[in-house]
Ligand binder design. Structure first.
Ligand SMILES: [Zn+2]
Length: 465
């Protein structure tokens, strides 16, 4: 098959290049620019006309909570991966903490794979986890047993989950050492436990008997809590900073500290799009943990994404049903939003096409650097011969309007509700096969369909080649 005449996002190029891409089986066999004459079709070769369309490498969403098995009233792999495909995400990496039992040991991973392997429509890797209540078992054996099957280990400095608890600073230093020995990054949810616990108490006392407001929740998890946790993490990982990756950073100050010390971090589309001001207005639809930050952070995070101080973007996709989101109480409303389907459309429109970031950084931020960080770059993260044919065709002249009720995720409540974005995803290919297809010229809110069978997505892990 040849995808012809598209404007292709090739690695290292400053602008889109008109080129043809030959796909043989699951992989990219050849790429030839129009200026070099393009590709000559073989007899009977299928041709896809991509004239006027952008051809992007499939996005990697390196932080999703698909909740299966265990919390499937919130999300499952079929719905989550369908939403991903709709949004141009061709590989997701799922978190260990929001399925039951949590993926802290090999038996749990095998159990999870047995449940999800016939569900996904995009490729997927898994993170292992280290929970505070079983940290000694993890350090003695479980991390080592899991390492061949996972692309990193996640832990928390603060956790709201009974089934997956926070680690202490002492635990964390030993976990980073184990990660370095095993050759896997250690991912940290960086909010300081003491700070948030004390701030929560203070904010609740201040409010007294009056009804809580959304700003109270934001005040309980301020910018300083993230910075303090990142500073501690850098100190505890001293000499092993390359093993540390801080997830969902929302403040520029924390990102700068982490990057300057030689560790890596990600941010999320919602921290690039929204601030505390929006949270007061949107409430539950924008409640996440960590919470969105002060208005000034948005532009500073964009600048860090453009410069590479923030490596890549993830969705932290974590939806919940209406009953769990709309409790009417800022403290109990579920903290998490669907995001895997809106991440790439948002970054394309408000990042690349709005010229906040250039094409090389855009590609690195949506797939290239996550592929390298998690040992997947032999086959993922760029449009190059030999790599998997994970491709997204986008009509840059059309618009997309986001409607929560039309999300393919189980979660329908999104802070991006009603947002109009430049560009419209028409086809998502995973390993050469179309997975999602939308109609050209359809209504801006219309959603296409999933055309791949559940289970077509493949489990991949570190060193996949
Ligand atoms: Zn998360």
């Amino acid at each position: 098959m040849i995808i012809r005449h598209g404007l292709v996002a090739l690695p290292g190029e400053r602008d889109f290049i008109r080129a043809d891409i030959r796909i043989h089986g699951e992989r990219i066999a050849d790429v030839a620019s129009a200026t070099s004459g393009g590709l000559e079709p073989l007899e009977d070769e299928e041709l896809v006309d991509a004239s006027g369309l952008l051809v992007l490498p499939g996005a990697i969403d390196p932080h999703v909570h698909f909740d299966e098995p265990g919390f499937t009233q919130r999300e499952d792999f079929l719905h989550g991966s369908s939403e991903a495909a709709k949004g141009g995400v061709t590989t997701v990496i799922d978190m260990p903490c929001t399925s039951l039992p949590p993926v802290t040991r090999r038996e749990a991973l095998e159990n999870k794979l047995a449940v999800i392997s016939n569900q996904a429509v995009v490729d997927y890797a898994l993170f292992g986890g280290v929970s505070g209540h079983t940290v000694e078992e993890s350090l003695a054996l479980w991390m080592e047993e899991l390492a061949p099957y996972v692309v990193g280990f996640k832990c928390y400095f603060i956790s709201g989950m009974e089934s997956f608890t926070r680690v202490t600073h002492d635990d964390f230093a030993r976990i980073v050492a184990a990660g370095e020995r095993l050759g896997r990054p250690i991912l940290l949810h960086a909010e300081d436990f003491d700070y948030v616990t004390a701030a929560t108490r203070r904010v609740k006392a201040r409010r007294g008997e009056a009804a809580p407001e959304w700003a109270d929740y934001a005040d309980s998890r301020p910018e300083e809590a993230e910075f303090a946790a990142c500073a501690a993490a850098m100190a505890l990982a001293r000499g092993r900073e390359k093993t540390l990756h801080v997830v969902h950073v929302g403040t520029a100050q924390a990102a700068e500290l982490v990057a300057a010390g030689g560790a890596t971090c990600e941010t999320c589309a919602h921290y690039l799009a929204f601030s505390r001001d929006d949270f007061s207005r949107l409430g539950a639809a924008l409640k996440t943990a960590p919470v969105v930050k002060a208005p000034g952070e948005v532009e500073r995070l964009w600048a860090l994404l453009a410069s590479g101080g923030i490596s890549f973007v993830a969705s932290d996709h974590a939806p919940a049903p209406r009953a769990e989101k709309e409790t009417g109480d800022p403290w109990t409303a579920y903290g998490g939003i669907p995001g895997t389907g809106t991440m790439l459309p948002y970054l394309l429109s408000e990042g690349l096409l709005a010229r906040r970031i250039g094409l090389p950084r855009f590609i690195e931020a949506v797939c290239g650097l996550a592929a390298r960080r998690y040992g997947l770059s032999a086959r993922k993260g760029a449009i190059e011969p030999g790599k998997d044919a994970d491709l997204v065709l986008v009509d840059p002249t059309a618009t997309t309007r986001i409607e929560g009720e039309l999300l393919l995720s189980k979660g329908k409540i999104t802070p991006f509700e009603g947002m109009r974005l430049t560009g419209r995803i028409l086809v998502t290919y995973v390993r050469g096969a179309p997975v999602y297809r939308a109609q050209r010229g359809a209504d801006e809110a219309a959603v296409g369909e999933i055309v791949a069978a559940p289970g077509s997505g493949k489990f991949i892990t570190w060193g996949y080649r």
